[in-house]
Design a protein around this ligand. Structure first.
Ligand code: FES
Ligand SMILES: [Fe+2]
Length: 354
């Protein structure tokens, strides 16, 4: 019998020090799901959000090119655009009006009295890549291209018509738990019979399977009679879940907003947005989220209470967590080898790798 591996230590789930490390070890270094390509389809449109404390924006220029930047002006750190999505005829800082071209170069420094080097004061760029209607970003200029990094994950979605789906509903859930507490919960079906009676009626949780790939895992369970068509639930390191069915998909993105808080975006898309089952699919997802929320917020409270230090993972049910915890530890170990990054202020957008 396989020995049950340990969980991450409880103290990895709270505290500003751990959060600061993960901002650097993970969120400044991995490809992150950022937006639907439809949101930035037209020239002069953008999406901006605070992502694990990094103010980021993706913008399609008037030249039609999609680019990504830190939403931080080079004068005194003002924002260029508000968080959210919309149109921007040009990139002008909201604080004192420095203007940038869509390629990030400084176009004018209002009333500055001297000509500044447009490249030296350009916006800090981030990598951006669109794939099958999904836009990803990477803060590390030296990271491998998305296609290479996602590897076999691409094949997992091949037979589903992602491009033919229309976003029907986007909702951001705010949770009072560390982002990993929610990810852990997503990564196993062990809790389904206890927490999710409605879901348990649709899928045979006893035959719930988790299969591991390279930095992703695939969950599946046979549907019971009259349940919606089978599908797959994919989790891609570090924070993306794509729940794909025959004609619909829910993209879940887990974004830390602090040491013990995160948001989980739910984005439901359907091939036929007017299909009769659309409201039921969304309502079930919301019910499941509220059941999970109650549990993960209690777990977070208990992890931080001081009585629990480390637990065990079920080899049968929790292999997704074994993989996830291994990747969290690996990222942290890389950070330990980087003296610059450990100093805490070492993030350099132009520095390649570690
Ligand atoms: S901070 Fe942007 S123009 Fe001053
Ligand atoms: Fe759940």
């Amino acid at each position: 019998m396989t020995a049950a591996p340990p969980t991450l230590p409880a103290e990895w789930y709270f505290g500003t020090g751990r959060y600061a490390r993960e901002r650097l070890s993970l969120f400044a270094n991995e490809w992150l799901w950022f937006a639907s390509e439809a949101e930035v389809a037209a020239p002069c449109t953008y999406v901006a959000q605070l992502y694990a404390g990094w103010p980021l924006m993706v913008v399609r220029g008037d030249d039609g090119v999609l680019r990504g930047f830190h939403n931080v002006c080079r004068h005194r750190a003002g924002p260029l655009v508000d968080d959210g999505s919309g149109r921007c005829a040009n990139l002008v800082c909201q604080y004192h009006g420095w203007a940038y071209s869509f390629d990030g170069r400084l176009r004018s420094a209002r009333d500055f009295g001297e000509t500044l080097d447009p490249d030296k004061f350009a916006l800090h760029p981030i990598q951006v890549c669109a794939w099958r209607g999904q836009v990803f970003v990477n803060l590390n200029a030296g990271a491998a291209p998305l296609q290479e990094d996602l590897g076999d994950f691409f094949a997992e979605t091949e037979r589903f018509p992602l491009e033919d789906m229309t976003l029907v509903r986007s909702f951001r859930h705010n949770l009072a738990c560390n982002w990993k507490t929610y990810a852990d919960n997503y990564l196993e079906g062990y809790h389904i019979p206890l927490l999710h009676p409605e879901l348990n009626r649709q899928f045979d949780a006893k035959r719930y399977r988790v299969e591991l790939g390279d930095r992703y895992c695939r969950h599946s369970a046979p549907p019971r009679d009259n349940a919606p068509a089978d599908g797959r639930w994919l989790f891609r390191w570090p924070n993306l879940a794509m729940n794909i069915y025959g004609d619909s998909m829910n993209v879940e993105v887990i974004v830390p907003t602090g040491p013990e808080s995160c948001t989980v975006s739910y984005r439901h898309s359907f091939v036929d947005p007017n299909a009769a089952h659309v409201p039921d699919v969304i309502a079930l997802a919301d019910t499941v989220m509220e059941q999970d929320r109650r549990m993960v917020e209690s777990v977070q409270r208990n992890l931080a209470a001081g009585t629990y230090h480390e637990g065990l993972l079920s080899p049968r049910h929790e292999s997704g967590l074994v993989q996830f915890h291994h990747l969290v530890r690996t990222a942290d170990a890389k950070l330990r080898t980087s003296a610059t990054a450990v100093a805490g202020r070492g993030y350099q957008p132009q520095v390649q790798g570690w």
